[in-house]
Design a protein around this ligand. Structure first.
Ligand SMILES: [Zn+2]
Ligand SMILES: [Zn+2]
Length: 267
């Protein structure tokens, strides 16, 4: 039984002191793949994500600029992203999207760059890791307008309602659940997990944030993906192994991980 953490921020400075030990602990817990999200504050994290992926056979990079930082994007940002996206072991773009809960960047900037990322993903033929908060209906509408069925990706750290989940599933997207599903207060979200087909479900830690129970409040790390999978398994009446295998296969298929491994030399 092996897991893939479909969304982790391993370049975060919180891992600077023990990054290798964090990876080792995760491997010991059964984590066989890590999708490292370069959208972690400063743009330089994208370069760090690529470097980390090229150092480790089980790490892959997803490149982007977080919607929180949309206001920092310039035309040069996209030029640098296009160049980096050609590097081996880059498997997707993100996280991008709309965060109308924090509004750290003006909504117009977020909207513009979400659309630009969708178009870039289509052009490059890669999936998107999307971050949306308090804006699922608008995000779904944007995806519909930009090319229904032609935008592939995952809504990471999904926390919406069953109706919002259905609208995104109808667009062909995957939904990813984080440690939030383990929180006592997340009864409604656990009910949503029950409605998501197993073949459209991903799991993630989003570390270093959102540590699942019993680690809530501590620094999160990919080894704790097991707690997320366990909760999903309980909600769906499945074994831990079934959830581990299905979510691993879904992540491999969406991000075409075997291709990224086999074409390291010529991409
Ligand atoms: Zn996010
Ligand atoms: Zn994230």
């Amino acid at each position: 039984m092996t897991f893939i953490d479909s969304h982790c921020h391993l370049t975060d400075p919180q891992f600077d002191r023990d990054r290798e030990a964090v990876l080792e602990r995760a491997r010991a817990a059964g984590v066989a793949g890590f999708l490292v999200i370069g959208a972690t504050g400063d743009f330089s994290h994208n370069q760090q994500a690529v470097a980390l992926a090229q150092q480790h056979g089980d790490v892959f990079a997803v490149l982007g600029v977080h919607p929180h930082d949309a206001k920092t994007i310039t035309p040069d940002t996209y030029a640098r992203l296009r160049e980096l996206a050609r590097e081996p072991r880059v498997v997707g773009l993100g996280e991008t999207g709309l965060d109308f809960y924090y509004d750290h960047s003006p909504r117009e900037d977020q909207r513009l760059h979400f659309r630009t990322f969708i178009r870039l993903a289509r052009e490059l033929g890669v999936p998107l890791s999307m971050h949306v908060r308090d804006a699922y209906a608008e995000a779904a509408q944007t995806l519909r307008v930009e090319g229904e069925g032609e935008v592939h990706g995952v809504m990471h750290c999904f926390t919406g309602s069953a109706e919002e989940a259905k609208a995104l599933l109808d667009l062909g997207l995957f939904l990813s659940f984080s440690g939030i599903v383990t929180f006592k207060s997340a009864r409604a979200l656990r009910a949503v997990v029950q409605t998501v087909p197993l073949d459209r479900l991903l799991i993630e830690t989003d570390c270093p944030l959102l540590a699942p129970l019993p680690y809530r409040g501590k620094r999160n790390e990919p080894a704790y993906i097991v707690q997320v999978a366990q909760t999903v398994a309980e909600e769906k009446g499945l074994s831990l192994a079934e959830v581990a295998e299905a979510t691993r296969r879904n992540t491999e298929a969406l991000f075409r991980l075997s291709e990224a491994c086999s074409t390291d030399q010529d991409r």
